[in-house]
Design a protein around this ligand. Structure first.
Ligand code: ACO
Length: 428
């Protein structure tokens, strides 16, 4: 294999270095191309552009492989806990028992949020979407911890910001839900593990305890692990781009939350359930909706199908599909929309339109069904995704800083008017 690629422009040859990753992924480093030739590369949606080198997550969309720090997602989902995976992503290795206990204890000690944050929460109408509240309150952490704004924080100070964010996001997330219900918030209980504590803050009342079910805790752990990182997706790229301006961890993650909210990204899990409900209300004819999705004059898309990088299968969807069956059986939940989901999946997988375009169910297709089964309301689904994705965002933000990456600043090809003179109002 050669060490460089040759690009011929206007009869002149330019040599650009080839970069090879540990999984033999190859890239042409064109960073010097413009300075040497005046040309930039154009790639809307960054479909073929590597924005960084990263040692956190490897995925191979063709083969359906996903690994965090080298460990297959299947093994982590089966054997690990969410907090252990968070440690792995952020610090790069599986923690020893002592490291894990220390990490988990530190997170527990920071779960309370400043009481003044409740005043901000109180200012939101109960109609506010919990994702908007989550993004705003995470950003507001900069006001309570202004030292986090200092781009020259020491390693220990950065670490404290990371612990605070991991600890407080579940409190903020649960409280955003309580706010949308007009119910009093429930304070964190530090004797509980991460997932149990979150569930308790979501479902307990001052007047009534919440019975923590190990089936539910285990399902939640699995879902959060499956969402914990996914290399340079839309929200993670947002976190890195914002972070590249030396913005604080809280500001960068808040921006990532906003990106995740979009229905083409994390918002898809909510959109899937809404779509399945719509099909059910319409009489349950999944074939009719398959036809709608194929009709180019109809804006309807099959939510939870297709993925920018997985063009074979989404390994997370495989794990989640099995988990959905297990959880529903264990909890004795009979959800009619699960049947519609299965019919839809089968019909789509046998339809040439979907087969030719390699459109398979993605992680969001089944995650909503599990969330519903464990009592999470639909408008909280994307918040659950954000809870899961947080360790990935943190790890990517930390890596960006440690690699001392330059500020992100894409180029463009201008297609507007060339220079023209201002026209006075009376002559227009
Ligand atoms: N339903 C029907 N047709 C689809 C769908 C779908 N869900 N997804 C893609 N297509 C079609 C497109 O119309 C296009 O057809 P064409 O070639 O005839 O024009 C072709 O498949 C390729 O689609 P693109 O939109 O070019 O693929 P892209 O990689 O840009 O988009 C995306 C990927 C956004 C995920 C898309 O598949 C989609 O909108 N899916 C539904 C939303 C969803 O589930 N998002 C969650 C993604 S996973 C995540 O973020 C965690």
């Amino acid at each position: 294999m050669s060490d460089f690629a040759e690009i011929i422009l206007d009869g002149k040859t330019y040599q650009m270095p080839i970069v090879v990753g540990t999984e033999d992924e190859k890239a042409i480093d064109i960073s010097a191309l413009r300075a040497q030739s005046g040309y930039v590369t154009l790639d809307p949606g960054y479909k073929n552009t590597g924005a960084t080198t990263s040692a956190i997550t490897f995925l191979d969309g063709e083969e359906g492989i996903l690994r965090y720090r080298g460990y297959p997602i299947e093994q982590l989902a089966e054997k690990s806990s969410f907090i252990e995976v968070a440690y792995l992503l952020i610090y790069g290795h599986l923690p020893s028992e002592e490291e894990l206990n220390a990490f988990s204890d530190r997170i527990k000690r920071h779960t309370l949020v400043n009481e003044d944050m409740r005043k901000i929460l109180d200012g939101f109408p109960s109609t506010a979407h919990p994702m908007g509240i989550l993004s705003a309150l995470v950003s507001s952490l900069t006001a309570f911890y202004p030292e986090s704004l200092n781009p020259n924080q020491s390693k220990e100070e950065v670490d404290l910001s990371i612990i605070r964010l991991l600890a407080k996001i579940s409190t903020i997330a649960a409280w955003s839900y309580k706010n949308s219900q007009g119910h009093p918030v429930i304070y964190p209980k530090n004797k509980l593990d991460y997932c149990s504590n979150f569930l308790n803050m979501m479902f307990a009342y001052p007047t009534e305890d919440y019975q923590i079910d190990p089936v539910v805790v285990s399902a939640l752990n699995k879902l959060l692990i499956l969402h914990a990182d996914h290399e340079q997706n839309c929200s993670t790229s947002t976190v890195r781009l914002v972070g590249s301006a030396n913005a604080s961890l809280y500001s960068s993650v808040s921006a990532g939350i906003s990106a995740l909210w979009g229905p083409l990204h994390g918002g898809a899990n909510q959109a899937v359930i809404e779509m399945l409900e719509e099909i059910k209300a319409d009489g349950g004819d999944s074939k009719k909706f398959i036809e709608k999705a194929k009709d180019k004059n109809d804006p309807f898309r099959l939510m939870g199908f297709g993925h920018r990088v997985y063009k074979n299968f989404d390994p997370r969807a495989k794990i989640i599909k099995k988990a959905a069956d297990e959880v529903l059986t264990a909890l004795g939940v009979k959800d009619p929309i699960l049947n519609i989901a299965k019919e839809l999946e089968e019909a789509a997988l046998n339809d040439p339109y979907f087969v030719e375009r390699k459109l398979y169910p993605n992680v969001d297709f089944y995650s909503g069904i599990i969330y519903r089964a464990i009592g999470i309301p639909t408008n909280m689904f994307t918040v659950m995704f954000a809870l899961g994705r947080l360790p990935g965002w943190i790890a990517q933000w930390k890596e960006l800083r440690e690699q001392k990456e330059p500020i992100g600043r894409p180029r463009q090809i201008y297609t507007g008017e060339t220079e023209r003179d201002y026209v006075p109002m009376e002559k227009r």
